[in-house]
Design a protein around this ligand. Structure first.
Ligand SMILES: NC(=O)C1=CN([C@@H]2O[C@H](COP(=O)(O)OP(=O)(O)OC[C@H]3O[C@@H](n4cnc5c(N)ncnc54)[C@H](OP(=O)(O)O)[C@@H]3O)[C@@H](O)[C@H]2O)C=CC1
Ligand SMILES: CC(C)=CCC[C@@H](C)[C@H]1CC[C@H]2C3=C(CC[C@]12C)[C@@]1(C)CCC(=O)[C@@H](C)[C@@H]1CC3
Length: 331
């Protein structure tokens, strides 16, 4: 039986590289590309099948920031598949980023420079928006839409003969100080991206607590800093090109500059092969690249506690009840 792998945000960046690498490296696989843009999804499907004609690749349309779209897509997946072996919860946004150039320059002269360049701590703020469902867009996309998807896919992720896996694309920039249980959507702050990724880390811990007994295992990864549509929102491609000599030099000191989506996918591919029982639920798995361009996976203990993870989980369940009621009454 081929393993069934669902990937959100497969049309570009690390999601796309993950699909290419899995199909290149794995024999028996059914890959389902969960994408918001059907045209791009179909183009990617055609490209993947052209590269490997025996590959089984399908698509499903989903905008993870839109709750009705998530409910509809999950219904379609339940209809199509009897089980999902791996779900990569990868789609993510960082809208309207603002880089603090003064902080960037002063960080160059601080002892913290490697940490700052690996996490962007104190360098970036974003302008968030509100979705048609009334949620903060970064939270809706990076956290809640995926949470709802997992909840809706529970019948396909239940106990079976082999463990089921959730693999979240988090970030080294997830930071406790940017997250508050009183404001999980980060309505009030200017760092919704970091807050959303911290929420992802907490959620993964809670999902392990509730799912491991039924054979469901969750992990979080950071692909490292890559040049993708997400980072081209911070600095345009030509500026990145100008910065290249500096970045190549930085790579000898900071392993987080994976730069290409292929390199960034290292930890996502590595996790595919690991026995989930051997993984630590409190660890983040990081793609890393050496100065000479070799890829490897390293780890980081997450700065969180299980009590906060449980409280966030309960908060998300409550929000889920609320939005389901709203969707039902509007339909
Ligand atoms: N780039 C980096 O340096 C880092 C990225 N990450 C994380 O990696 C993940 C992938 O980002 P990356 O590859 O860099 O960025 P890209 O912008 O290249 O890819 C993002 C993907 O998510 C999809 N997407 C965005 N919003 C939605 C939505 N509402 N519904 C469905 N799909 C959506 C995009 O679809 P579409 O093609 O339609 O736009 C695209 O396929 C994100 O979670 C990001 O936070 C983590 C650390 C560093
Ligand atoms: C490299 C030089 C000389 C300049 C680039 C400065 C910034 C644009 C760059 C420094 C640290 C980077 C970074 C990210 C984006 C680009 C930077 C701010 C991320 C926030 C991208 C998304 C993530 O999830 C983080 C892990 C990255 C952390 C580092």
């Amino acid at each position: 039986m081929p393993k069934v792998v669902l990937v959100t945000g497969a049309t570009s960046g690390v999601g796309r590289a993950l699909c290419q690498r899995l199909l290149r490296e794995e024999e028996e696989l059914h890959l389902c590309l969960a994408c918001r843009n059907p045209g791009r999804a179909e183009a990617l499907r055609a490209e993947l099948v052209a590269a490997r004609p025996s590959a089984q690749v399908s698509t499903v349309q989903v905008d993870v920031s839109d709750l009705r779209s998530v409910l509809r897509a999950a219904g379609e997946l339940r209809h199509r598949f009897r089980r999902l072996d791996y779900v990569y919860l990868n789609a993510g946004i960082m809208p309207s980023p603002h880089l603090d150039v003064k902080a960037l320059v002063s960080s160059l002269f601080s002892r913290n420079v490697i940490h700052v360049f690996s996490t962007a701590e104190g360098l970036l703020t974003q302008e968030d928006r509100v979705t048609a469902d009334g949620l903060q867009e970064v939270f809706a996309t990076n956290v809640f839409g995926h949470f709802l998807l997992v909840r809706e896919l529970e019948p396909l992720l239940g106990a079976g003969d082999s463990p089921r896996r959730l693999i979240w694309t988090s970030s080294r920039s997830a930071r406790r100080a940017n997250f508050r249980l009183e404001d999980v959507q980060h309505r009030e702050g200017r760092e919704p991206y970091s807050s959303s990724k911290y929420a992802v880390d907490l959620l993964s811990v809670a999902l392990n607590r509730h799912g491991n007994g039924q054979g469901l295992f969750s992990s979080v990864v950071c692909p490292g800093t890559m040049l993708t549509n997400l980072t081209y929102g911070i600095l345009p491609p030509f500026v990145w090109t100008l910065l290249m000599p500096f970045i190549w030099l930085m790579r000898f000191f900071a392993n987080a500059f994976t730069l290409t989506p292929h390199n960034g996918a290292e930890a996502l591919v590595w996790l595919f092969h690991q026995k989930p029982e051997s993984l630590n639920p409190l660890t983040k798995y990081l793609s890393a690249t050496t100065g000479l361009g070799s890829n490897y996976v390293t780890t980081e203990k997450m700065d969180l506690d299980e009590n906060t993870a449980e409280q966030l989980y309960r908060h998300l369940l409550e929000l889920e009840r609320h939005v389901r009621a709203t969707v039902r009454s509007a339909d």
